[in-house]
Design a protein around this ligand. Structure first.
Ligand SMILES: [Zn+2]
Length: 444
């Protein structure tokens, strides 16, 4: 018998947190979001010096329709380090966790995000519910994320699962080949959570049929990479969308895999044209803009994430009505090549992860007389001859082909490596070392 498609568990979470019944409809959900938004605005204007000044004279009671949100100004990534503690809406003694993100390059000031105990509890609530999209019965979960620091993403997830009666363990950094294989077997792991590239390696290490599901998080997951994980282990991959700004958790795919169901009790998501800032229709790709609902310590109102995705608010195949984020491409910063074209790490991922045997890579640009493009890559032991297919794939990309053609770019070293340092940050597949003042800028 075919598996019956279960409604996304995120819907249950959202209904409960917004005080709605399980049979909520889209209109009720959006009205409850507006009420939560009015309350959040009132809280921010009363307690944050930044919002008190920026929204001076604004009456949250005016927010009676979804369009009213568009009258509010955007919050940019640059506002975060500039405003610092002025964005806080609680006293510092009530801050339970600070996440510091280094901005691209070595010169930018770090961005700091503050969370209260209640903020972290809402994330844990989402983590536990979201994981029910993947899990069945008493399956054991392995979390390949940093988990030793209190309230780190891995620790929050493991604690939430354990509180929900699910057996979960953490591992960071991930063990290499044979040792990982032994752990998977001995602990009878059925589900693994981690970065897409690391899960690709893990998918080659488990006994056939053992891994039933994988949650891909914290980075762009190329469709080809997902297909290879599923082909390797016979399990199903699920995407999670979440950033520090979204409170670490944001949305997760249901069993229909038609986009990540968003925790709309805690987040209001818009998609806007990145140039004009105008709201885009559902299904149109644009920039993800986040507004936090009910967040205590640091409220974000219309925060421009820089991520690209589409929003869908129609009912999902699973029956769920929470909005879904689809075609998630992450930050589309791009790396400018010498003949003017931008190279995006997502398009490199889309192409390179189609190559059988490739497990991970780092693309690096430096400059010696001309710009040079180097590739370090990790491959399965049995994949011997990847240099040529990798070279052919890279020069098929228009941005690279054109810059090679105009003579201002050359291909440098292509070398197979044994491992990469385990770094749980945003994507590090294109490293730009061309400028002396900015040795390790990350392009995208
Ligand atoms: Zn669904």
């Amino acid at each position: 018998m075919p598996e019956q498609l279960e409604q996304s568990p995120v819907d249950r979470l959202v209904a409960r947190r917004l005080g709605l019944g399980a049979a909520m409809d889209r209109g009720e959900l959006e009205q409850a979001q507006l009420a939560a938004l009015r309350s959040t605005l009132g809280h921010a204007m009363a307690h944050s010096p930044f919002y008190r000044e920026r929204l001076r004279g604004y009456d949250p009671a005016c927010l009676t329709g979804a369009d009213a949100l568009q009258e509010l100004p955007f919050l940019s990534a640059a506002d975060i380090p500039e405003q610092g503690h002025r964005l806080l809406s609680v006293s510092q003694s009530r801050v339970a966790r600070v996440v510091t993100l280094q901005t691209s390059g070595s010169t930018g000031s770090p961005k700091r995000f503050f969370f209260s105990i209640a903020d972290l509890a809402s994330t844990s609530d989402f983590f536990l519910h979201g994981m029910h999209s993947l899990l069945k019965g008493d399956e054991r979960v392995l979390v390949l994320l940093p988990f030793l620091q209190p309230a780190s993403v891995g620790e929050l997830l493991i604690a939430a699962l354990q509180q929900g009666g699910i057996k979960a363990a953490g591992m960071w950094p991930p063990l290499p080949g044979t040792a990982m294989s032994r752990q998977l077997r001995e602990q009878q792991i059925r589900c693994v959570v981690g970065l897409p590239q690391q899960l690709l390696a893990v998918s080659t290490l488990a006994p056939p049929g053992q891994l039933r599901s994988m949650l891909l998080c914290s980075d762009y997951a190329a469709p080809a990479l997902r297909r290879r994980i599923e082909a390797n282990c016979g399990g199903t991959t699920f995407l999670h969308y979440g950033t520090t700004e979204s409170g670490l958790g944001g949305g997760v795919e249901c069993r229909a895999h038609r986009g990540c169901h968003l925790r709309e009790s805690d987040l209001l998501v818009e998609i806007v044209d990145p140039l004009s800032g105008k709201a885009l229709a559902d299904g149109q790709p644009g920039e993800v803009v986040l507004t936090t609902l009910g967040r205590e310590a640091m409220v974000l109102i219309r925060y421009r994430t820089g991520d690209t995705a589409c929003l869908e608010r129609s009912r999902c195949v699973c029956g769920g009505i929470t909005a879904r984020l689809r075609a998630i491409r992450g930050r589309m910063a791009g790396c400018r090549l010498p003949c003017g074209d931008l190279l995006y790490s997502q398009e490199v991922d889309d192409l390179l992860f189609r190559i059988p045997g490739l497990l991970d890579y780092r693309l690096r640009l430096d400059h010696e007389q001309r710009d040079r493009l180097h590739l370090d890559y990790l491959a399965l032991a049995e994949a011997r001859q990847l240099k040529e297919p990798l070279r052919a794939a890279l020069i098929s990309l228009p941005a690279i082909r054109d810059s090679l053609g105009c003579g201002k770019l050359v291909l440098g070293q292509f070398q197979q490596v044994d491992s990469f340092a385990a770094i749980h940050t945003l994507k590090r597949t294109i490293i730009d070392q061309r400028s002396k003042g900015d040795r390790d800028a990350i392009c995208s």
